[in-house]
Design a protein around this ligand. Structure first.
Ligand SMILES: *[C@@H]1O[C@H](CO)[C@@H](O)[C@H](O)[C@H]1NC(C)=O
Ligand SMILES: *[C@@H]1O[C@H](CO)[C@@H](O)[C@H](O)[C@H]1NC(C)=O
Ligand SMILES: *[C@@H]1O[C@H](CO)[C@@H](O)[C@H](O)[C@H]1NC(C)=O
Ligand SMILES: *[C@@H]1O[C@H](CO)[C@@H](O)[C@H](O)[C@H]1NC(C)=O
Ligand SMILES: *[C@@H]1O[C@H](CO)[C@@H](O)[C@H](O)[C@H]1NC(C)=O
Ligand SMILES: *[C@@H]1O[C@H](CO)[C@@H](O)[C@H](O)[C@H]1NC(C)=O
Ligand SMILES: *[C@@H]1O[C@H](CO)[C@@H](O)[C@H](O)[C@H]1NC(C)=O
Ligand SMILES: *[C@@H]1O[C@H](CO)[C@@H](O)[C@H](O)[C@H]1NC(C)=O
Ligand SMILES: *[C@@H]1O[C@H](CO)[C@@H](O)[C@H](O)[C@H]1NC(C)=O
Length: 349
């Protein structure tokens, strides 16, 4: 009787184990099927990079696929010239943390099933000219994203407000698309943001002030949009900032320098300051010279007036553009910067 019960218990354990194994195998088949469906969406593989995907080898050994404990965690298929569409089956790779399809030639949109990839931290879809449509709303579920490359594609519609909830987002590349509307102020909540590129889109409205207070920001690039308003002073108070590119928009007003109360001492890492092609006016502030590491300074094609402060001439940036303004040189002093600039450009040894 006792032995019978023990046997019954053992049988239960064995049955339970078999069920778990079956469930595991089913899951594995699901991921394999998802990869096969992805592969079926590829209509051309010019370099034959996916040849191994047609072998009898386990899918964890297929080119570009990395697994942990038998689950696909990474799909790295960049720079392969793959043509086709991104299969919705991608949403079944639920263990995926890294999806790198940068620089291929797919067309269509991002399947909404991407919202099932809750573990995704890296999404790379840049330089895929044919990928467009709106940024799918389901992506809002991928809250762990830290790196997002969607630049140089054909995305339309607005920049989603919910991007501001991705608390670990550090790199957000949305440049060279056809995104329109305003920059959502919610992005000012992304305290880990280091790089934000929104350049070469159709964006309007002001720069939300919160963005100029993100203390990890290194690159802020919004050139070639239709942005307007004044430049938030905070950008000149970010010691992390290396590149500020606001060129070719419709910003107006004076440069908010020097900053009270610390007079702009915080531009220590600024290397590129590009403000050309706006409607900025007033004098060129001497405090720009506090950015002593400037390599490129472009103030061209604005309405700056007055004299160029000699301090600015002492900067010796590699590139300095100031033409297309209303600058005057009423005294010798006004051109002092030029002499310094020329001396620097043609050093006499
Ligand atoms: C995949 O492999 C099978 C058998 O090796 C072959 O018959 C088939 O043509 C291959 N398909 C492609 C798309 O290469
Ligand atoms: C995803 O997996 C489910 C469950 O196995 C399956 O029914 C579905 O067809 C798969 N979806 C795609 C797009 O392959
Ligand atoms: C996103 O999350 C919501 C709420 O958790 C859920 O209802 C929805 O199905 C998810 N979307 C996708 C594409 O997984
Ligand atoms: C944009 O992507 C295309 C391929 O779609 C590529 O040829 C081009 O060089 C990319 N542009 C930049 C600036 O990277
Ligand atoms: C953000 O990163 C931290 C540290 O890696 C992690 O513990 C946390 O879960 C992440 N947050 C989200 C929303 O994924
Ligand atoms: C930033 O996050 C806080 C807290 O989650 C929220 O209350 C606030 O509305 C957010 N700001 C914006 C501009 O979305
Ligand atoms: C500059 O930044 C410091 C700290 O990051 C802050 O206390 C100060 O108020 C800021 N000043 C201006 C003018 O934004
Ligand atoms: C300034 O305008 C000239 C002439 O239209 C143009 O060639 C140049 O690229 C512009 N530079 C900037 C920085 O806007
Ligand atoms: C910044 O520039 C202003 C104006 O030229 C000057 O008064 C101030 O001393 C400078 N601060 C630093 C730290 O160089």
């Amino acid at each position: 009787m006792a032995a019978e019960r023990a046997c019954g218990a053992l049988l239960l354990v064995v049955v339970a184990l078999m069920m778990r194994l079956a469930a595991g195998a089913e899951h594995e088949n699901n991921e394999r099927d998802a990869l096969r469906a992805f592969w079926a969406g590829v209509s051309s593989d010019p370099s034959g990079a996916l040849r191994s995907w047609n072998s009898t080898a386990h899918f964890c050994r297929w080119a570009g696929v990395s697994c942990i404990r038998g689950h696909v965690v990474s799909l790295q298929l960049s720079y392969l010239g793959l043509v086709g569409t991104i299969s919705p089956a991608i949403g079944n790779l639920t263990y995926l943390e890294l999806l790198d399809l940068n620089r291929n030639q797919p067309s269509g949109s991002i399947p909404s099933s991407i919202g099932r990839l809750r573990r995704l931290t890296y999404l790379g879809l840049c330089d895929n000219g044919g990928v467009g449509g709106e940024i799918p709303d389901s992506l809002r579920n991928c809250t762990g994203l830290t790196v997002v490359y969607l630049n140089n594609n054909s995305f339309v519609g607005g920049i989603p407000t919910w991007l501001g909830t991705f608390q670990n987002l550090s790199y957000l590349y949305l440049s060279q698309n056809s995104l329109s509307g305003e920059i959502p102020p919610s992005l000012g909540n992304l305290t880990k943001l280091q790089i934000l590129t929104l350049d070469q889109n159709l964006l309007e409205g002001p720069i939300p002030e919160g963005l100029s207070r993100l203390s990890s920001m290194q690159v802020f690039d919004v050139h070639q949009n239709s942005l307007r308003g004044e430049i938030p002073p905070g950008f000149f108070n970010l010691s992390s900032l290396q590149q500020l590119n606001l060129a070719s928009n419709a910003f107006h007003g004076r440069l908010p320098l020097p900053l009270p109360p610390d007079s702009g001492a915080r531009m220590s890492n600024l290397r590129y300051l590009l403000l050309g092609g706006n409607r900025l006016a007033g004098p060129i502030p001497a405090a720009i010279a506090n950015a002593s590491g400037l390599a490129t300074l472009s103030l061209a094609n604005n309405s700056f007036s007055g004299q160029v402060p000699p301090e600015v001439g002492k900067l010796c940036p590699v590139t300095m553009e100031i033409s297309g303004n209303e600058l005057t040189a009423t005294s010798d002093e006004g051109w002092e910067f030029l002499v310094l600039d020329l001396l620097w450009a043609w050093p006499i040894y």
